[in-house]
Design a protein around this ligand. Structure first.
Ligand SMILES: NC(=O)c1ccc[n+]([C@@H]2O[C@H](COP(=O)([O-])OP(=O)(O)OC[C@H]3O[C@@H](n4cnc5c(N)ncnc54)[C@H](O)[C@@H]3O)[C@@H](O)[C@H]2O)c1
Length: 284
């Protein structure tokens, strides 16, 4: 099938973003890879990066080609039909979110967003992030989510580098601000996943990922075996729910390799009650 969804900007070309960019390229998308770290860009240009064999072949095939642009310049986001945000979201020594990179990436995307663009948050983060860092700032710019721009959260669920569960075998959860937002975001997630499971809101998608990070190592034969529970709903964040499918990200060697500040983003009281993860909880 020919790619018909325009140019995709992938923001953050790390363990998650680079394979995402390569999967989109394989699907036929023109991709602009944006990373603020010049050493990372140089490593990608030279092919000196950790990748599974299939992704290594894809990188070799697209480096220097017309479809794959590598840049540190966030101005290139303005020309994209979709922006897929894959920047790091470490926690500090007290397991609180350290959102500097995420705030910067979202602010860069919001500042350059235009009518018709789709913005997808892939990074793992606290419940309410998509609304706080994308939706509200877009509204403040006069862009109506669901009409002018399309906003969703579709957290990555893989364990990058785990050959037993490569990216394309893992189903993804997509939570849009509206059904149209979810539909548009799914067009950019489907090429990199085994399937899509749409939930009712960005918060439901954010919470699904946090629960997976906290639920322990995978015990199921495959993360593709069952979709996440539709019982998870942002409107009822404290009700009991069926556990989402075990995820290989629960044991994440590549994240651990980055040191204590990069350990898996946890589901804790400060990350699960939206809007208060960083600034303190107003309900206390
Ligand atoms: N690594 C994993 O196992 C894994 C699995 C599932 C989900 N995740 C989540 O995916 C997200 C990305 O993780 P990762 O492991 O790919 O991180 P990473 O550290 O490997 O890569 C992130 C990249 O983003 C770049 N970056 C930082 N700030 C930026 C900015 N403002 N604009 C553009 N680029 C910027 C960095 O230079 C880096 O190259 C995180 O939220 C993480 O929790 C990670």
């Amino acid at each position: 099938m020919r790619w018909s969804s325009g140019t995709v900007a992938v923001v953050g070309l790390g363990y998650v973003g680079l394979p995402t960019a390569l999967a989109l390229l394989a699907a036929g998308a023109p991709v602009v890879g944006v990373d603020t770290d010049p050493r990372r860009l140089e490593a990608v240009r030279r092919g000196r990066v950790d990748l599974l064999p299939d992704d290594r072949r894809r990188l070799a095939a697209h480096l220097g080609g017309p479809s794959f642009t590598l840049t540190a310049d966030p101005a290139r986001l303005a020309g994209a039909d979709a922006v897929v945000i894959c920047v790091p979201t470490p926690v500090d020594a007290r397991r609180r979110p350290e959102p500097t990179a995420l705030r910067a990436a979202c602010a860069a995307a919001v500042a350059r967003a235009h009518r018709g663009q789709t913005l997808v948050l892939v990074s793992t983060s606290w419940v309410g992030t998509t609304r706080e860092l994308l939706l509200r700032p877009l509204e403040a710019r006069g862009l109506r989510p669901g009409q002018d721009v399309f906003v969703a959260c579709a957290p990555e669920r893989i364990d990058p580098g785990n050959a037993a569960h490569p990216q394309h075998t893992v189903r993804r959860v997509v939570g849009g601000v509206s059904p149209e937002c979810a539909r548009r975001a799914a067009a950019y997630v489907e090429p990199v996943a085994a399937g899509i499971h749409v939930v009712g809101s960005p918060e439901a998608a954010e919470l699904t990922k946090l629960l997976e990070n906290t639920s322990g190592p995978s015990t199921s034969p495959s993360p593709t075996s069952s979709p996440p529970s539709p019982a998870i709903s942002a409107s009822t964040p404290r009700r009991s729910w069926t556990q989402p499918p075990p995820s290989p990200t629960a044991s994440c060697p590549s994240s651990r390799a980055r040191g204590p500040a990069a350990t898996a983003f946890p589901a804790t009281p400060t990350t699960c009650c939206g809007g208060c993860a960083v600034n303190g909880c107003p309900r206390r």
